[in-house]
Design a binder for this molecule. Structure first.
Ligand code: UDP
Ligand code: MG
Length: 318
């Protein structure tokens, strides 16, 4: 067993599934023919998750735990996992068993074939409900039109990267407002996709509210596309053209045009609406600029268990 597989699992209030996750994942990991480590990142859980994780780590030294000082979000947890793991291949997955452990042998096989990025694409997501599924496919359509990088639709937070790619993510993708799976799809390197079926959550409930997902979508569009910023120019050109037409019309009718009160009111409302939307869009970009500028850490580690000595989060959380 020369090669090491790191499995990074983000955990936020998952006390109900953790034992089961370990029970189902462990035999699969044992059968891989690779050594393994299971890196659980506890994202400031307020239930017994951390306690359960420490129990697992005590029994199995290959179980490692990184625990945050508070909740930093799913992506921050994955980033901390990638920062701290030492494997030749790294798999990020959820703790709720929606990303089936039985896919791991397939992933290892792809690593052995020489692939560096393995995207897991879900074929169906029954538990999400029709609205979330529709919104998700709509989001991917919009972002693919707006952005010059192309996204795999239905890509999930289930992916695997090689050590080399992990280094790139670690050194060069430290944005505070980010879309990790977007980066993973756009770093290049030999890349392949595998399909999996996302089952229902094993237990507990989804941590993503619709509001969070909406904010996430806006951030992603702003991060990956400058096109909305140019909306102002297009709107300005359209307004100028409209102005010229109205001017020509007024001159031709020698000022004898009927007093168009309704027209004026509608036009003013319409123009202001466009103006405010554009100002709002610029505001979104400024907010992100401001967040990046402040350069606060992506996550703060409170404690670690079974971690390889020398893992220095302090320099890496920036
Ligand atoms: N998660 C996290 N921090 C958060 C929210 C979620 O680490 O702030 C973890 C959660 O424990 C789970 C994964 O991210 O392992 C996916 O979350 P969830 O299953 O709630 O999302 P869904 O599958 O419904 O999109
Ligand atoms: Mg889930």
């Amino acid at each position: 067993m020369d090669r090491l597989l790191s499995v990074v699992v983000s955990v936020y209030n998952e006390e109900a599934v953790l034992e089961r996750f370990y029970k189902e994942t462990h035999p699969v990991l044992m059968s891989l023919g690779w050594d393994y480590e299971l890196v659980f990142v506890d994202d400031g859980s307020r239930d017994k998750s951390l306690f359960i994780l420490k129990g697992l780590a005590e029994k199995d030294p290959r179980v490692k735990v990184v625990s945050f000082s508070r909740n930093f979000g799913h992506e921050a947890a994955m980033i901390a996992g990638i920062d701290s793991c030492v494997g030749d291949g790294i798999v990020c997955m959820d703790a709720d068993l929606q990303h089936p452990p039985r896919c791991l042998p397939g992933i290892v096989e792809k690593f052995e074939e020489g692939y560096e990025v393995i995207n897991m694409v879900r074929t169906s997501n029954e538990s999400a409900g029709w609205f979330k599924n529709l919104a998700s496919s709509g989001f991917y359509k919009v972002i693919n039109v707006l952005s010059d990088v192309k996204f795999e639709s239905n890509a999930s937070d289930f992916f695997a990267v090689s050590r080399k790619v992990a280094q790139v993510l670690k050194r060069n993708y430290r944005e505070k407002v980010r879309f990790l799976r977007g980066y993973v799809q756009n770093v290049g390197f030999p890349r392949t996709t595998l399909e999996y079926e996302a089952g229902p959550r094993a237990a507990g409930e989804s941590k993503y509210s619709l509001r969070k997902l909406f904010q996430f979508s806006v951030n992603t569009i702003v991060c990956f596309s400058n096109l909305p910023l140019k909306l102002g120019i297009y709107a300005g050109i359209m307004a100028a053209l409209l102005g010229i037409i109205v001017m020509v019309y007024t001159v031709l009718t020698r000022g004898g045009a009927p007093s168009g009160y309704a027209t004026i009111v509608v036009l003013i409302c319409f123009m202001f609406a466009i103006l405010f939307v554009i100002v709002g869009i610029i505001g979104e970009y400024i907010a992100i600029l401001f967040t990046e500028l402040k350069d606060r850490p992506i996550y703060i580690v409170e404690e670690t268990v079974n971690m390889t000595k020398g893992t220095d989060f302090h320099t890496e959380c920036r």
